[in-house]
Design a protein around this ligand. Structure first.
Ligand SMILES: *[C@@H]1O[C@H](CO)[C@@H](O)[C@H](O)[C@H]1NC(C)=O
Ligand SMILES: *[C@@H]1O[C@H](CO)[C@@H](O)[C@H](O)[C@H]1NC(C)=O
Length: 302
């Protein structure tokens, strides 16, 4: 009777914790580098997918050239390959996607992507953010889809099984319109406002997101015993919800925290989260390129 029998995608290394019922939304053992092995295991899900609710799934990688902090970011080379190509190749391994496409307003990005064999859809320059770009791309696609995964192009080491995990979570939670992933927060990131924290209920539905540390221990310090959660930038949406999402009026908590996803919760919609092991290697600035390259060298990732 476990309503959360959702996200057992991946791995073998499931914990022996006796409280496994409440923790069944945790997807164990997803580490960069282990991606391919686990992706094979995830195919079982693909087989059982047909006939389910929300069965048609599209992955969209929104990419823009202009960025205040990092011009031309999607095209930057990481160990000799454009970052957008790395993201594409990882996402291609996800078994839950019926179609994968890059959505961009920039001909340089489009050309690069076509060059390595990606599907590309041109979107207008007026898209203010990735969510709007995904929505426009969805409308321009020939086929209809039930679920849209927004795969951010600045996470070139995204594990395909995280994509599969959030898709599966959304398919198994018809009362949710949105799904996303969290991972363990590193203590040194506790008070970094750029690291968004999340708290969830015992079935993995999001209760709140904050740039501040939540929950907040009355000592005012990080509690080394508490399993704080970091929100990862990958999201999947019910396609019908994605259509109305950009039009929902900004809400007070969203504005105060500058977190778009709070608009979802403040309007009473549910968001389903999965927990994964993932070391975030987002590339936000030119300095991050060197960091990710040395990480990849250490792990022998090419
Ligand atoms: C706060 O954190 C401390 C450890 O730093 C822990 O012992 C305590 O149980 C936590 N909660 C409260 C309410 O103090
Ligand atoms: C993205 O655009 C939508 C719709 O215009 C807006 O509601 C949302 O807050 C924006 N998100 C960000 C992160 O700017």
């Amino acid at each position: 009777m476990n309503p959360m029998s959702v996200c057992k995608t991946a791995s073998s290394s499931s914990s022996s914790s006796s409280s496994s019922t409440a923790k069944a939304w945790i997807v164990h053992g997803l580490l960069a580098g282990a991606a391919i092995a686990v992706a094979i295991g995830a195919r079982a899900f693909h087989l059982s997918r047909s006939g389910r609710l929300r069965s048609r799934v599209v992955g969209i990688i929104p990419a823009r050239f202009a960025s205040s902090r990092f011009q031309g970011k999607p095209l930057v080379h990481i160990l000799g390959k454009p970052m957008i190509q790395r993201t594409w190749e990882r996402a291609k391994l996800a078994s839950s996607l019926d179609y994968l496409v890059v959505a961009t307003d920039d001909e340089r990005i489009a050309e690069c992507c076509r060059g390595f064999g990606a599907n590309v859809i041109m979107t207008s320059e007026s898209c203010r953010n990735g969510t709007e770009r995904c929505n426009e791309a969805l409308e321009k696609l020939d086929k209809k889809y039930d679920v849209v995964v927004n795969i951010q192009g600045d996470e070139p080491l995204i594990e395909p099984e995280i994509i599969d995990g959030i898709v599966k979570a959304l398919q198994a939670a018809p009362d949710a319109v949105f799904s996303s992933a969290v991972t363990s927060l590193k203590p040194e990131d506790a008070f970094d406002p750029n690291r968004v924290k999340c708290i969830v209920d015992n079935r993995g539905y999001a209760i709140y997101f904050s740039r501040g540390l939540i929950p907040f221990n009355k000592s005012g310090k990080v509690n080394p015993q508490f399993p704080y959660l970091l929100h990862l930038g990958i999201q999947s949406f019910d396609a019908k919800f994605l259509k109305i999402y950009p039009e929902l009026q900004p809400t007070p908590l969203q504005l105060e925290e500058d977190l778009e996803q709070l608009k979802v919760l403040e309007n009473g919609y549910k968001m389903k989260m999965i927990k994964v092991d993932h070391e975030a290697h987002g590339v936000d600035s030119p300095e991050d390129v060197e960091k990710i390259e040395s990480f990849m060298r250490e792990r022998n990732l090419s």
